[in-house]
Design a protein around this ligand. Sequence first.
Ligand SMILES: [Zn+2]
Length: 245
Amino acid sequence: MKLDILAIGVHPDDVELGCSGVLINEILRGKTAGIVDLTEGELGTRGTVETRYAESAKAAKIIGVQVRENLKMRDGFFRNDEEHKLKLIRVIRKFRPEVVIGNILDDRHPDHGRAGHLIADACFLSGLMKIETNDDQGNPQEKWRPKFVLHYMQDWYHEPDLLIDISDVFEQRMESVKAYTTQFHVSSSGDEGPQTYISTPDFLDSIIARARMLGKRIGVRYAEGFITEKKIGISNLDALLLRET
Ligand SMILES: [Zn+2]
């Protein structure tokens, strides 16, 4: 199955927090998109692997992606090495996305930065013919290099290279985040386990505040921010949001 966009997150919920607005937007515009989670998030303090699968399936439905896969790398301990790069290259060649949106390159959680570099490296290497991989049926895969790799912002603030208006789909974006009922402050029942950095009402407030702040920079209500190592090219000035800022 060929996808226009492949979003990759090391933990189930990274994609929802980082770029679900853009995914929803693009899917509404008729693009095809999928999500690949690198780990099952088994080290998360709250919830279990089973609850996380149920939550990520619910979130995928809200976003509207065509496919969601889990590569079952080890939460906390996966490496950016040959074995893990090949695993990811196989997925990139399977879905042949034009754009990959993945973890940030440097963040509070060391998994995020390591995954960001793993994703960027695998996207490049996937375009090299002499790296041979096989699909699930054992057939040789063709090389494929996504044209663009964007990294979504996570905990730490990074000055974005690209800001995308997500105002029209913001409610749906927050619904996809709240699908992770064990991870975030969704109800006040307090029976989901110990409080963590991300389970307080403050954390969800900070997600909304970040989107508002980024939106303000481009004259819209909500935006998501991305960094990219390549220069962004546009075909004509119609791609510019013409707002007073
Ligand atoms: Zn994460």
